[in-house]
Design a protein around this ligand. Structure first.
Ligand SMILES: [Fe+2]
Length: 339
């Protein structure tokens, strides 16, 4: 046998063994996630993330700082990220999924009018491993859903695209104004999301968006700039009967945990924002957020969700360099579907 064939055979054997090991993992219980990652900056979090041995890594946007209408530039920046050796170590043993926010979309705080969004979507799908023949490639937008685990220990991750269809926001004196009738998801994505939630058999359902879902007070991009869309999402989460919905977000270069309690969510609806894998908002001292139940964290961070199937709870953590835990929130799992 030629040396090249021996090498290819060994590579294939190794690849299949890794894939098999991944699919055999049971129960599925640890999900690591993060956002805001400069491809050309030091990336000290991959080692502690790998040391946590997650069953999944979720990119939550600004996965690279593309900021370009030129696809060759975006492609080169994704390649730079893929060349990071510590990221490669994690990827060799851990499935990766993800969705973009604005910087990897191609334009800071961008929305539906970004001309290169179709080509950019394909590059993002390449980066997060969406197969060439996947049906998601044939539709508009970068949203996907992924279900892991087996039987009554399933986890669903719903990755929302808050850029491709998003209406324009006006900014005055550095404050984003409300767009009362504007859309975030677009009607096709809403229909898809409703179906994903209603048919979900998962006991834990993680919804991911680059933009923060719950906060209403700060001046930056957030779902609350589109109040009808935020309300529609909350209403849908409540009416769909989906079990243990937990919101995950990025973008802000800070980390925080929030809890919304109202008649629809008597046990509370939680959001964990984890942002700043390579840089954070070092100047921030305080930001008003009535829903925050943790410290406001402005250190490099990633998130970790650990599902304890026996005690039926999800432990959400914000972690940082050397695996330090900056915040923790225990969330009880919903007992059963409402319908
Ligand atoms: Fe962003």
């Amino acid at each position: 046998m030629r040396p090249i064939l021996i090498f290819l055979s060994l590579f294939l054997f190794y690849f299949l063994a890794v894939q098999d090991a991944i699919s055999q993992r049971h129960p599925f219980e640890k999900i690591a996630f993060g956002s805001c990652n400069r491809q050309d900056s030091p990336q000290p979090l991959w080692k502690p993330i790998a040391a946590d041995h997650p069953d999944l890594w979720v990119w939550m946007g600004d996965n690279i700082y593309g900021d370009s209408r030129v696809m060759d530039t975006l492609r080169a920046k994704y390649a730079r990220q893929n060349a990071n050796l510590d990221y490669q170590v994690l990827k060799a043993s851990t499935p990766v999924i993800g969705v973009w926010d604005d910087h990897d979309y191609g334009i800071n705080d961008g929305g539906k009018n970004f001309v290169q969004k179709k080509e950019s979507r394909d590059l993002m799908f390449d980066f997060v491993g969406i197969p060439a023949q996947a049906p998601e490639r044939k539709r508009e937008g970068g949203y996907t859903s992924h279900t892991f685990g087996k039987g009554d220990q399933q986890v669903k991750v719903i990755l929302l695209d808050v850029r491709y269809f998003r209406d324009t926001l006006m900014r005055e004196n550095r404050v984003y104004q409300t767009n009362p009738n504007g859309q975030v998801l677009g009607e096709e994505q809403w229909k898809w999301l409703e179906n994903e939630l209603v048919k979900s058999k998962a006991k834990v359902n993680l919804l991911v968006s680059g933009s923060q879902f719950l906060p209403t007070e700060h001046a930056y991009e957030k779902w609350a700039n589109f109040p009808k869309e935020r309300e529609r999402l909350l209403q849908l989460l409540a009416s769909s009967g989906v079990q243990t919905p937990i919101l995950l977000s990025g973008d802000r270069h800070i980390a925080e945990i929030m809890k919304l309690e109202d008649e629809r969510f008597p046990m509370g609806l939680y959001e964990v924002t984890s942002s700043g894998m390579t840089h954070t908002w070092s100047g921030i001292a305080e930001e008003k957020n009535s829903l925050r139940v943790s410290e406001l964290i402005a250190k490099l961070n990633y998130g970790l969700a650990t599902i304890d199937w026996k005690s039926k709870q999800v432990v959400m953590e914000i972690k940082g360099e050397n695996g330090r835990v900056y915040a923790q929130q225990v969330i009880p799992m919903t007992a059963k579907r409402k319908k």
